[in-house]
Design a protein around this ligand. Structure first.
Ligand SMILES: NC(=O)c1ccc[n+]([C@@H]2O[C@H](COP(=O)([O-])OP(=O)(O)OC[C@H]3O[C@@H](n4cnc5c(N)ncnc54)[C@H](O)[C@@H]3O)[C@@H](O)[C@H]2O)c1
Length: 313
């Protein structure tokens, strides 16, 4: 397939691009590198096309109409909650408005490439019941969640109104090599800085669905290849509950460290106590997560300790 991956230099994007190149897809990446190092794509750079452009003002009509794409995977975004709280209007333009511009470009193209849109578990806010199904009520608690929800609703509406083959994937807590933010990476850095004692938010009882990045890639490919494309949404998680205390122990085990853990007891306002995906809808497309938490954490620790990553810091 001829594929465009927006945000393809990022954490999830670079792993997706590697998998697509490995299976023989012809890949173009659009990314302005604001949130990623081009070295994320080192393994495939000679075998892809790279468009360094800002999605906000890129000429998406020319890009889509002239690209001859069969599939677009739209990952480029502000991918984190705090910047959306700092600057909600910027998040609106990047995460919502740019998605609508991309939908318009697809709608007006002759070929009408398929679309897979990267949404987030943040659309559910603080779920009342776990595991969370795709039918759970929407109640986002951040501008990020609101704009992801608005964008995915437009994906559904464009699919219905304009006969575009489009799907939505709601990622849960994704982790893996090349993610230089979020809890797994933060824990590794804290233990590196002080193997004797670390401070961790909360009390350790919060439950999350940690899903390894190659499983998320498998989810995207399953949706791209097998979803009906009527704008449906699919949860992409491991489907397994893990407490933060269990995660901390895994990271300590993997690093051969036994620090004293100083729990702050408090969490960010709006942070749910528990968040686990029901992945049965995705499993019906053939998805099966296959990287255990201990294997995944070992991979991240090995990457974080690699000479190239140590040098890059
Ligand atoms: N990582 C997670 O746990 C998670 C969870 C839910 C949803 N998501 C979604 O998955 C997608 C990928 O997230 P990620 O974790 O790989 O984050 P990331 O920040 O590593 O990737 C985002 C990519 O988009 C690019 N980008 C940002 N603004 C751009 C712009 N204006 N023009 C062009 N490129 C731009 C960045 O340079 C980066 O390469 C995002 O849409 C994010 O919201 C991620």
């Amino acid at each position: 397939m001829n594929v465009l991956v927006t945000g393809g230099a990022g954490f999830i994007g670079s792993h997706l691009v590697e998998a697509m190149v490995a299976r023989g897809d012809e890949v173009t990446v659009l990314d302005d590198l604001r949130g990623a190092a081009v070295s994320n794509l080192d393994a495939v750079l000679g075998r892809i096309r790279f468009e360094e452009a800002d999605l906000i003002d890129a000429d998406l009509d020319s890009l889509v109409h002239g690209g001859g794409y069969d599939l677009i995977v739209h990952l480029a975004a502000n991918a984190y909650v705090p910047p959306s709280v700092e600057d909600p209007l910027y998040d609106l333009r990047l995460n919502f408005e740019s998605t609508v511009r991309l939908l318009q470009a697809i709608r007006t193209s002759q070929r009408k490439p398929r679309l897979v849109y990267a949404s987030s578990a943040a659309v559910y806010g603080s779920p009342k019941h776990n595991p969370v199904t795709e039918e759970a009520p929407f109640a986002p608690v951040s501008p990020y969640g609101v704009h992801k929800l608005a964008a995915e609703q437009d994906v559904r509406v464009f699919a219905e109104l304009f006969d575009i083959h489009a799907s939505v994937v709601r990622f849960f807590s994704t982790y893996g090599p090349r993610q230089r933010k979020q809890v797994v990476y933060d824990l590794i850095r804290k233990i590196e800085a002080n193997p004797e004692e670390i401070v961790v938010h909360g009390d350790g009882t919060q439950v999350r669905d940690f899903v390894y990045v190659t499983d998320v890639v498998a989810a995207v490919l399953a949706v791209a290849d097998h979803a009906p494309g009527r704008g449906e949404a699919f949860n992409a998680g491991a489907g397994t509950p893990t407490t933060i205390a269990e995660l901390v122990l895994e990271v300590c085990r993997s690093m051969g460290a036994a620090p004293r853990i100083d729990w702050t007891g408090s969490v960010r306002p709006g942070d749910p106590q528990a968040f686990v995906a029901d992945v049965s809808r995705l499993q019906a497309l053939g998805y099966q997560p296959d990287v255990s938490l201990s294997q995944g954490v070992d991979n991240v620790v090995a990457w974080a300790r690699s000479p190239s990553e140590q040098e890059a810091r």
